[in-house]
Design a protein around this ligand. Sequence first.
Ligand code: NDP
Ligand code: HEM
Length: 488
Amino acid sequence: MRPTTTTNAGVPVASDEHSLTVGAAGPNLLQDSYLLEKLAHFVRERVPDRVYHVKGGGAFGYFEVTEDVTQWTKAAFLSKVGKRTPVLARLSSVAGEEGYADTDRDVRGFAVKFYTEEGNYDMVGNNTPVFFVRDPMKFPDFIHSQERMPDSGLRSNNAQWDFWTLSPESAHQVTILMTDRGTPRTWRHMNGYSSDTYMWQNAAGARFWVKYHFKTEQGIQNLTDAEAKAMRAEDLDFHRRDLFEAILRQDHPAWRVEMQIMPYEDAAGYRFNPFDITKTWPHKDYPTIPIGRMVLNRNPENFFAQIVQAAFDVANMVPGIGPSPDRMVLGRMFAYGDSNRYRTGPNYGQLPVNRPLNEVHNYNKDAPMRYHHSGNQPVYAPNSYGGPAGDPRRYRDPSWMVESGEILRTAYQAHRDDDDFVQPGTLYRDVLGPADREHLAGNIAAHLSAGVERFIQERAVKEYWNRVDPGLGARVAEHIGLTATTRR
Ligand code: NDP
Ligand code: HEM
């Protein structure tokens, strides 16, 4: 039998369709508290969007360990071959709002929440191995350059190229973004990368610097610029629909999880700064080591509760995994929890999608919408009444040695081969094939031609693409009708 509609207080109501009125032709009545509650609830349906990575989708699944990694980490969920941990993955675009076209050129978010026995571990990465900026101070400015302009309310390629060409550290990420990997065919056909560097620590205390690579088992597939633009007209939600429908038809997408692992001592003398997120670690120096497999096999039952309100936090790391001196990681460890508190309130962690598998014990109390309480447990520490206590013998914050020095605002210390243009140049010359290079030049030119002022186009060719590769600079110049003066 169908249930009877009720008010939020459970009181049965007489109609879902008719307001309470004076006679059949008369006005509505203020005493129609069911109507008032319905309208009042309706106007409060939204929560604030994520500040970026607004449009996304996601699914649940599992991660399975396939290799013994105990020599590198004591993380409990990685402790045994064959061990499975439930996961939630959220895949997203960066710049557009909800309703924006999924296939537009953009970086894609690749966020994975591992529900482990020692708490939630969140790996919040992207589908690219590097990022646009290396200092959290520049992050809001970068995002502002991608957003809508204050006067017109329109997005501006001019602002994007102005920021990028004045921030040479962006060259590697912009090169990747302008290849066809900037328009992945679907979320299933792209890789995920931590991009940032983290620390792993084994049971004996040995430390390693690590980067995560999620390699798609579906194979990399991209759209051309033209195909991506055409899809804009056909289906704005193409990626969200593709993931949902693939899982519905039991075609469960999977990724091999592989690690780059650098011994702790290598960092100082490595030719690239291993904590600079604008750099990759060349595979020949640090080959990727397979460790497991992630499979997505269950769609959300409620998109709002499980995807919109999913709260990923870079600071959620479990014993055996820690941050590194990567400045972006350290900045990010503040911003995500702060965003989640703003969007959902301080008790966002109690929502079913965000709750860890294990019990939460601490001295945080009350605040809006808290419904798991500690009963009459002590509300302060230390106490004499059996409240929870930290365990310094079993758990220690991950740490590394820091040189003492004056407090400064300055760039990273240079490593031998640090240069903003070396790695994108290698990508262009040694990795991309002739067709990829042609698409890259064409995609750059198309993006640079859409409302970008001439002086910024000139800077882009002369001071940016020429330095990635003079041949690329020349190709872009030709496409947009500029003369490229070669300068390296
Ligand atoms: P390799 O030849 O060993 O690796 C090249 C990698 O480039 C491939 O493994 C593939 O990464 C990736 N790739 C292929 N096509 C594209 C594309 N259109 N856009 C972005 N990446 C692509 O050389 P190196 O390790 O020395 O790296 C050379 C360059 O490759 C780097 O400067 C960087 O730009 C890029 N790269 C390097 C990665 C790394 O971790 N070393 C990771 C990704 C890119 P994948 O297997 O991850 O798909
Ligand atoms: C989302 C901040 C860099 C990947 C977010 C959110 C904030 C944020 C506040 C919204 C969180 C939420 O409300 O749920 C920052 C800051 C950065 C930074 C301050 C730099 C200092 C990066 C980098 C990556 C990244 C380098 C990738 C390697 C993501 C992803 C999401 C996200 C994937 C969406 C997570 C989800 O699906 O809910 N970021 N970010 N961010 N960020 Fe960042």
